[in-house]
Design a protein around this ligand. Structure first.
Ligand code: EPU
Length: 419
């Protein structure tokens, strides 16, 4: 078992380069299944979710060449099976994108129920509704999903819930369908735009990604031969922005799209931090105790649920009592119990948590319950006085590239230790 041992407090200072977006990359990789040929993908984050995605694609017949730790060339001309490996697909959430992509490419797929962070119920009814509207038969039995279609036909689809996964999955399924699909009440996250840009680069005809109506005109085939670079990670960037505030540091983030960070910038200014937008880089600094603030998580362009735990660290150190209302996931306050072990005063009741700010956090052994909770604990450990040990690193490694190396370069005293 591995743990991160952090000796704090350290105000993080310096420059950090943001990696490619996990939640875009885990959709772009299955999207390559729609191409009858070869393409190159760059700026992939070096994280375990990407390695598992590549293993699943290889199992289906794709040939992958690693050009560097952030770039692959993938040849999907020969897809040899419609059965995805159950053990791998159940390891992470985004394996559900195999369904949309394979329905488009082969008209058939058998896949394990997706795994991923335990954030409460994670239904996929909107994905299934979308596939069925396009003409597929979908059944869920004994932990497996079977989907089959003779030829998908474009159709209007209204999403009952704003869902990132369902929007992307239906987009994947409809790219090669006959006729036009419209997705109404679509999610607008930057990774949705990125997946649409990738598919359009390969010959798809998708319009309106980034708005709540996406129109997909089906095309005969996607051609390969192009290179695509994954968008910078909005959530990794936000994590470092909030780490700068929590540790009262001064960070410059390189390779980020500041437009994607507006809701986070606004909250940082509200709590008394400073933000300087320099186009493709952003500087965040804070020299005093943060002010209290209230947060409600919302789909993009609202404040992202995936930064709620990191913001929770800032608010546990704020002057006054703050309230966070989590509107996306049922169980995203598990990290508050761990922060309380470090001296925070947080009371979580259902989807609401009250943060009575304290002047200091103190090091303690703490356990990541999920990916973003883990990142929040690393931020808390860097801000806290004394030694923090963060356990359950497999969650963090799924989504943050070299987290300890990036923190160490910014001055944190952090080591990965094997027990
Ligand atoms: N929902 C349904 N039915 C569906 C789909 C979703 O009821 O068919 C509900 C969910 O239960 C949730 C809400 O709709 O309450 C939004 O879920 P969404 O589908 O948008 O989430 P997701 O696609 O499963 C992605 C990210 C999550 C991120 C959410 C929200 C990926 C691989 N995962 O999940 O990222 O929290 O969108 O922005 O893109 C993370 O990176 O740590 C993470 C959990």
């Amino acid at each position: 078992m591995e743990k991160l041992v952090i000796k704090g407090p350290t105000p993080l200072k310096g420059e950090v380069t943001i990696s490619g977006a996990k939640n875009a990359a885990v959709a772009i990789l299955p999207a390559t299944l729609l191409i009858d040929g070869t393409c190159t993908i760059e700026n992939l984050p070096n994280i375990s979710d990407i390695k598992i995605s590549c293993e699943i694609l290889e199992h289906l017949g794709a040939k992958i060449t690693w050009n560097s730790e952030h770039s692959i060339t993938i040849d999907t001309s020969n897809i040899t099976t419609t059965k995805a490996p159950l053990d791998l697909t159940s390891k992470f959430r985004a394996s559900y994108y195999i369904i949309g992509a394979m329905l488009g490419r082969k008209g058939e797929i058998e896949v394990g129920m997706p795994g991923g962070c335990k954030l409460g119920a994670r239904p996929i009814d909107q994905h299934i509704k979308g596939f069925e509207t396009l003409g597929a038969n979908v059944s869920v039995e004994k932990g497996k999903i079977y989907a089959k279609a003779k030829k998908l036909k474009g159709a209007p689809i209204y999403m009952d819930i704003v869902s990132v996964g369902a929007t992307i999955n239906v987009m994947l399924a409809s790219v090669l369908a006959k006729g036009t699909t419209t997705i109404d009440n679509a999610a607008k996250e930057p990774h949705i735009v990125d997946v649409a840009n990738f598919l359009n680069t390969m010959g798809a005809d998708i319009r309106g990604a980034g708005t709540d109506v996406i129109k997909i005109n089906g095309v005969e085939k996607l051609h390969g031969g192009s290179t695509y670079s994954v968008v910078p990670d909005q959530i990794e960037a936000g994590t470092f922005m909030l780490a700068a505030v929590a540790t009262r540091g001064d960070l410059t983030l390189k390779n980020c799209i500041t437009k994607h960070l507006e809701s986070i910038t606004a909250k940082i200014i509200e709590v008394g931090g400073n933000v300087e937008d320099n186009g493709d880089s952003i500087r965040v600094w804070c020299s005093k105790r943060p002010n209290k603030a209230n947060i409600k998580t919302l789909p993009y362009p609202g404040f992202p649920t995936d930064l709620q735990p990191q913001m929770g660290v800032v608010l546990s150190l704020a002057n006054g009592t703050s309230v966070i209302n989590e509107s996306i996931w049922e169980s995203r306050f598990q990290y508050t119990e761990e922060l309380n072990k470090m001296g925070a005063r947080i009371t979580a009741q259902g989807k609401t948590a009250f943060f009575e700010g304290v002047k200091k956090l103190y090091g303690a052994p703490v356990y990541s319950s999920d990916l973003r909770a883990g990142a929040a604990l690393v931020v808390a450990g860097t801000a806290a006085e004394g030694i923090t040990e963060v356990y359950n690193l497999e969650h963090i490694d799924r989504g943050y590239e070299n987290i300890e190396e990036k923190f160490r370069k910014l001055g944190a005293k952090i080591e990965r230790v094997k027990e």
